[in-house]
Design a binder for this molecule. Structure first.
Ligand code: HGY
Ligand code: MN
Ligand code: MN
Ligand code: MN
Length: 419
């Protein structure tokens, strides 16, 4: 069809929302929890199962499927001009320990739905089109989050990433080889023309405002820290209160300080202690050591920096007053990200062309797109989730919203293909 005013080629193509929804429910069985969520930590048997399912589903659509040295999976549909770099979509299939059915999954399966729509419509794109499943986006097992997309973008070296260990001491590279997904292709040697990530908002704004689409303009800054508090194991019965070096008591004061620092740097700042390990964790031993993690975020890098300074000082003061030692280390620093204006506009126009109510939004959660933005024109598309709840087994989204997000993804990709 002519470009001038009329429908452009591909404008009449939409996704099959029923198949997309069915894929979401079908893959939810890999790591399904009794409460209706998913426990599918990266590089586990459940992760291998969903990876195998994804590869088979993409091959059934005529795509070639490969995976690189970090286990990132690439499903590729050829275009008219193989010399062009691919236009890509993607997200992640790994979950939190008590994750939901939609975080990350909507972006990978939404991409699969786009591949299915292109195949069924017979629409030929100029560029190759790819859907990517990024390894270890969550960071729940191996820190930091977005590890494999970070290697792809040159933020981390492959060697340092493969040497990361989980809390049980298992090495990333060994776990990756263990599920059979350590590919021969070096991670990051793969030029891409653009990257679009569909994701649930994981916050309350779209639902509260009755919006179907979030036109994502960027991702807030994130920093992760690890604190080891060292006191002295001693007998709960015979150690006088004044002679204790109680690591857990000091850690409790530090956790309170993290919350206070987050509140003091509002209105957007957030501060979280999510992981605490108490040793020896015995009911009649005064704890001698505590390991805890801190997650600081704000749309403004400078605010995160001020929170870090304030916390370093508070934690040192608490350690001194509690008679313990505190080792405070920053283990991840992901600056705030601003997405590509042309990609953002493509998403806005796509939402408008379908008549979906939309609004611009900054992502509170981290995403692989935050790193892809360093190597290609990138943006994201959000759809609402119930109550803004995520990283929770009760996470849910509306079938119609998920289909709408995939339609916007499809049209934004076709727009990029024309440029
Ligand atoms: O931590 C995050 O924001 C993401 O879910 N990994
Ligand atoms: Mn996610
Ligand atoms: Mn997540
Ligand atoms: Mn993500």
């Amino acid at each position: 069809m002519s470009e001038a005013g009329g429908l452009r080629s591909g404008d009449n193509v939409t996704v099959d929302g029923a198949s997309l929804w069915n894929d979401i429910l079908e893959t939810a069985r890999f790591g399904a929890t009794p409460k209706g969520g998913i426990r599918r930590l990266t590089l586990t048997e459940e992760d291998r199962q969903v990876r195998d399912w994804f590869a088979a589903a993409c091959r059934a659509l005529g795509c070639s499927v490969s995976h690189d040295s970090m286990g990132n999976q690439f499903a590729r549909r050829e275009g008219a001009d193989p010399s062009l770099p691919p236009i890509t979509m993607g997200s992640h299939l790994d979950t939190q320990p008590t994750g939901g059915k939609f975080d990350g999954i909507v972006g990978v399966l939404g991409g699969l739905a786009v591949l299915r729509a292109l195949r069924e419509s017979g629409h030929e794109t100029r560029h190759p089109i790819e859907v990517i499943n990024w390894t270890n986006e969550e960071g729940a097992r191996f820190a930091p989050a977005m590890l494999a997309s970070g290697v792809f973008a040159g933020v981390f070296t492959e060697a340092e990433a493969l040497d990361k260990t989980d809390r049980a001491g298992v090495r990333f590279g060994d776990a990756l080889a263990g599920i059979g997904y350590r590919g021969p292709e070096p991670c990051g040697r793969h030029p891409i023309a653009a990257y679009f990530e569909l994701h649930i908002e994981q916050g309350p704004i779209l639902e509260a405002e009755g919006k179907t689409i979030g036109v994502v303009t960027g991702v807030q800054a994130i920093r992760w820290y690890e604190v080891t508090v060292t006191g002295r194991d001693s007998h709960a019965g015979s150690t006088p209160m004044t002679m204790r070096a109680d690591a857990l008591l000091a850690a409790a004061r530090m956790i309170e300080a993290v919350n206070a620092v987050g509140l003091a740097h509002g209105p957007d700042a957030v501060a979280t202690v999510g992981l605490v390990e108490n040793r020896p964790n015995s009911r009649n031993v005064v704890p001698g050591e505590v390991f805890l993690t801190i997650d600081l975020r704000d749309p403004d890098d400078a605010v995160v920096g001020r929170m870090e300074d304030a916390l370093r000082e508070r934690i040192a003061d608490i350690a001194a007053a509690s008679g313990v030692r505190a080792d405070f280390a920053r283990v991840w620093d992901a600056p705030a990200v601003h997405f590509d204006p042309a990609c953002i506009e493509a998403v806005r126009q796509a939402a408008e062309s379908f008549g979906y109510p939309a609004r611009r939004i900054v992502s509170g959660a981290g995403h692989d797109a935050a790193y892809l933005a360093r190597v290609a024109p990138t943006t994201m598309i959000f759809v609402p989730c119930a109550g803004g709840l995520s990283h929770n087994e009760a996470e849910s989204a509306e079938r119609g919203d998920v289909a709408a997000g995939a339609n916007v993804l499809l049209r934004a990709v076709l727009d990029a293909d024309r440029r």
